[in-house]
Design a binder for this molecule. Sequence first.
Ligand code: CA2
Length: 153
Amino acid sequence: MPKTIYVLNGPNLNLLGVREPEIYGRATLGDVEKLCRATAKRHGLDVEFRQSNHEGQIIDWIQEARAEHAAGVVINPAGYSYTSVAILDALLTLEVPVIEVHISDIRAREPFRRHSYVSQVAQSVISGLGIDGYARAIDELAALTGAKDRAKV
Ligand code: CA2
């Protein structure tokens, strides 16, 4: 059975491609999902791709990832990165790798974006690569979880 990874997206990311293209580019969340599915497929991985504007919903999905024995989690916590101890606590219950992604370069923006709670649990933080950061995160997860690269079998 193929392993499954969860790709979780936080608040307002449903607006990608609709507003603020100078910061987040023109790709939509649908484009991000397609990119994630194509990248995961190359590694023989399945994807659960989700977005919510609600903290509790994101926590429920992290708990679901644990219950379903997901191979890893890619998360763009968006604004919750800087506020949510509850999301950090949920991620701390996982025994599989977590990769944090930000489309924009959070280190080059306002000072309040420089401290992410989620970074404490993340195996790596990918920031400022645009939506390609999601593909990089899935490549990293695949390497960490020993997923088979379909291109090589
Ligand atoms: O760069 C990222 O991916 C962020 O996680 C995006 C968050 C922001 O709070 C983080 O500091 C960095 C904001 C997501 C809002 O996305 C929008 C997209 C288009 C238009 C408006 C908001």
